[in-house]
Design a protein around this ligand. Structure first.
Ligand SMILES: Cc1cc2nc3c(=O)[nH]c(=O)nc-3n(C[C@H](O)[C@H](O)[C@H](O)COP(=O)(O)O)c2cc1C
Length: 475
């Protein structure tokens, strides 16, 4: 009788222990061997996938789907080896414990249902533009000056003939009510408290006149050109009448970007899946504060232009989208220039030629922007264009830059490369989505602290001292 140890010493003898030879597949491979090979293939596939995901994270690239913010940072940090030390971002409600924009983002991720998150975070198609916006800041490193007295530091700067507390503007973003009740007003209040302008979107939810009443606000109005000429003229005149300081004409969203993840997650407002509805129910704090206490969303500033039978929220969104003016041209912008007597900003330009043209038609500023990666995929990052644009127009107009700004260091780099100020979109939205006005204020405070500390570490005493001499491009 064969002994069990025989099998241990000589595996090929095991068959004798277990009975008759198992059936064979083609080429003499056994079923058990095939199962083992299959398991090995699956395991290697998984290992490759995990490694690939890790390497994407290390490159700071956006993932093809959403990972919670803490996982991105944890895997991205060179201080972390195979998950140790274990790191977690703060995702709770105590704002004093949110030390970075990523903490606010993690809190927003906890609070919002998935379809709202998808709207906030997502980019177009493969999200290459979105990823590059963030990665582009990493192309620049700092070259700090040593032994400079930086006891006194000044973050204030002059824009359009007025001083502002720091060179930052809250970017126009539509549908903010999805994140927090009266989010437009809350953002405006945070901006006023921080001494920076707030740009209100055409697709905002709080009435322009109400936002204009926020004490001490530098109120800008962002214009989407859609429908008949009278609509745009009416919006321009209203912005004038409520005292807006500047008008931003957005040029890069006449055709709606292809945000496939919104579609995939059934975030299409006309077609909310059961999964989406249940997910919304599971985010009770969001649901109660928003829809239950506050009611259905509406585009308060444009709904009266929408035909009466299309004024329900989803319908009005679709109607406006269908009315975007595909013929929008430099001539139209010139006509807007003639009508609007105050500061005019053209947003969404990405080539030096267009920036020069904007200066020629009398714009006061250009916002270099790819709409936060939400429109054309594989678009160049605004910061890539900035140095050349500055050289081309010198001081003929103000230059703003946006896209992927999550740190004070990104802002310092933008200023050193020639921007007059930055527009910040998601970084402040994470704050408002996490905790309303105090959350937005916390986001602005974090960015301010980071800029201030970076100035000190760089050996620069003020924003006006910043220039390319503080930067190096190592490759
Ligand atoms: C949720 C969301 C909504 C936006 N809505 C608008 C809008 O209504 N009008 C506009 O000009 N830009 C809009 N943008 C683009 C922002 O103004 C800005 O260009 C962009 O957010 C900058 O990138 P960042 O989010 O990485 O900071 C939106 C961006 C986001 C994230």
């Amino acid at each position: 009788m064969a002994h069990i140890d025989d099998a241990q010493q000589a595996p090929w003898k095991a068959a004798a222990v277990r009975g008759p030879t198992p059936p064979r597949l083609l080429g003499g491979l056994t079923w058990r061997g095939a199962a083992l090979a299959g398991a090995f293939a699956v395991a290697s596939g998984l290992a490759i996938a995990v490694r690939r995901r890790g390497s994407l994270l290390r490159q700071g690239r956006a993932l093809p789907r959403f990972a919670p913010a803490d996982r991105i940072l944890a895997a991205a940090s060179p201080a972390v080896l195979a998950g140790t030390p274990e790191r977690r971002l703060y995702a709770g409600r105590d704002l004093t414990r949110a030390v970075t924009i990523e903490d606010l983002r993690a809190t927003a991720h906890r609070r919002l249902p998935r379809f709202a998150l998808e709207y906030l975070e997502g980019g177009a198609e493969d999200e290459a533009t979105l990823a590059h916006n963030i990665a582009a800041w990493a192309q620049w490193c700092f070259a700090p000056r040593a032994l400079i007295d930086v006891t006194q530091r000044d973050l204030s700067t002059e824009l359009f003939g007025r001083r502002m507390a720091m060179p930052l503007v809250i970017a126009p973003t539509g549908l903010n009510e999805l994140f927090w009740p009266h989010a437009d007003r809350r953002l405006a209040e945070a901006a006023a408290a921080a001494g920076v302008p707030y740009a209100q979107s055409t697709m905002s939810n709080d009435p322009m006149a109400e936002v204009a009443r926020v004490p001490g606000l530098r109120h800008w109005w962002q214009l989407y050109v859609f429908g008949r000429e009278e609509i745009r003229n009416a919006l321009i005149d209203r912005a004038h009448d409520v005292g807006c300081e500047a008008l931003i004409v957005t040029t890069d969203a006449q055709t709606y970007g292809n945000r496939e993840w919104e579609t995939r997650n059934n975030a299409d407002p006309k077609n909310l899946s059961w999964g989406t509805k249940i997910d919304a129910l599971l985010h009770l704090r969001w649901l109660i504060a928003g829809l239950l206490l506050h009611g259905m969303l509406r585009f308060a500033n444009v709904v009266d232009f929408v035909p009466k039978d299309r004024r329900r929220f989803f319908d009005s969104a679709m109607w406006i989208r269908s009315q975007m003016d595909h013929a929008l041209s430099w001539d139209t912008v010139k006509r807007i220039r003639d009508r609007w007597p105050r500061r005019l900003i053209i947003k969404g330009l990405l080539t030096v030629e267009d920036v020069v043209r904007a200066a020629e038609i009398g714009a006061d500023a250009v916002a270099l922007s790819n709409h936060g990666g939400r429109q054309l995929d594989w678009a160049v990052a605004p910061v890539d264009v900035l140095p050349e644009a500055r050289r081309a127009v010198s001081n003929r107009l103000a230059l703003f830059v946006d896209g992927g700004i999550r740190r004070g260091s990104d802002i310092v780099k933008a200023l050193a490369l020639g921007a007059d100020a930055v527009l910040v979109g998601r970084a402040v939205l994470y704050g408002v989505a996490a905790a309303g006005m105090p959350g937005a204020a916390r986001a602005l405070a974090i960015l301010r602290e980071e800029i201030d500390r970076d100035l000190a570490l760089l050996g620069a005493r003020s924003i006006s001292e910043l220039g390319p001499r503080f930067l190096a491009r190592p490759h």
